[in-house]
Ligand binder design. Structure first.
Ligand code: IPE
Ligand code: IPE
Ligand code: MG
Length: 254
């Protein structure tokens, strides 16, 4: 660990502990570009990206942030070359198996969101095992979006609600925002306060379309494998300067 990383082990003094986001969501983008810049194959970027995610999870835990959600694979990522898709699935499964004991010890509560039934069976088994093994943990809530699409999630919720109405179990007038949220993959999670996207793209790419309605957006040109504690510190500094109005007036306007 470098001197800089050691000093960042505890919450940096310029961050106010009372105004940290409860929930941070990340679109981990730029693995391929990182690898290309170094003359390496794309998979080297994905491998390095896993280490970045592990470090960010630890950092959130160290700094007292209650929930982290990471976009690991979108419903649109299937359109990549088969070799890359297979590599990502295998990497994911291996990392999950390797890290599970430590995650259990560290009281991390793991959850997966997305259409999990379309994933390879061995990965599904690992996913269900990890969720079950960490279900009673009371530390940071770590959600991984795998084969996730925000539009698909909303349509899936609509199907389930329609089914309930059709069967006479739910009345039309009972459908409101609170009820709808209970049918999303993320039911029970609080909405992200801060959404970070690395590598400079100014788009959501189908991530948490419903849940980010009032998230503060932070986009950095830094590529995901290079997103370290110092970068996260900067994102949190920016977040703490925002005035979250939720449709109301500036906090100093009375
Ligand atoms: C993000 O990095 C990882 C996934 C989408 C799985 P990319 O693979 O999208 O990297 P770039 O955008 O090509 O650099
Ligand atoms: C978003 O990145 C998906 C993940 C990070 C898993 P992409 O690289 O797939 O997004 P686009 O294609 O640039 O919109
Ligand atoms: Mg990308």
């Amino acid at each position: 660990m470098t001197a800089n990383q050691t000093t960042l082990k505890t919450l940096p003094a310029d961050l106010h502990p009372d105004y940290l986001p409860n929930h941070v969501a990340v679109i981990m983008d730029g693995n391929g570009r990182w690898a290309k810049q170094k003359g390496l194959p794309r998979r080297a970027g994905h491998k390095q990206g896993v280490d970045t995610l592990k470090s960010l999870l630890r950092c959130c835990k160290d700094w007292g942030i209650g929930a982290l959600t990471a976009y690991a694979f979108s419903t649109e990522n299937w359109s990549r070359p088969l070799e890359e898709v297979e590599f990502l699935m295998t990497l994911f499964e291996r990392v999950l198996r390797q890290e599970l004991n430590e995650l259990i010890q560290e009281q991390v509560q793991i959850r997966f969101v997305g259409n999990l039934t379309a994933l390879p069976q061995s990965l599904q088994n690992e996913i269900h095992h990890s969720m079950e093994a960490t279900r009673r943990n009371d530390g940071i809530k770590f959600t991984i979006a795998k084969n996730y699409g925000g539009r698909q999630e909303i349509v899936h919720a609509c199907h389930q609600i329609a089914e309930q109405v059709k069967n006479g179990l739910l009345g039309l007038d009972e459908i409101d925002v609170q009820l709808f949220e209970q049918y999303l993959y993320t039911a029970g999670n609080c909405d992200p306060d801060l959404l970070i996207r690395t590598s400079g793209e100014m788009r959501l790419s189908n991530f948490l379309l419903w849940q980010t309605a009032y998230a503060e957006l932070y986009v950095t040109d830094t590529l995901w494998p290079d997103f370290d504690r110092a970068e996260f510190h900067q994102a949190l500094q920016t977040y703490q300067q925002r005035d979250r109005r939720f449709g109301g007036l500036k906090s100093d306007t009375v």
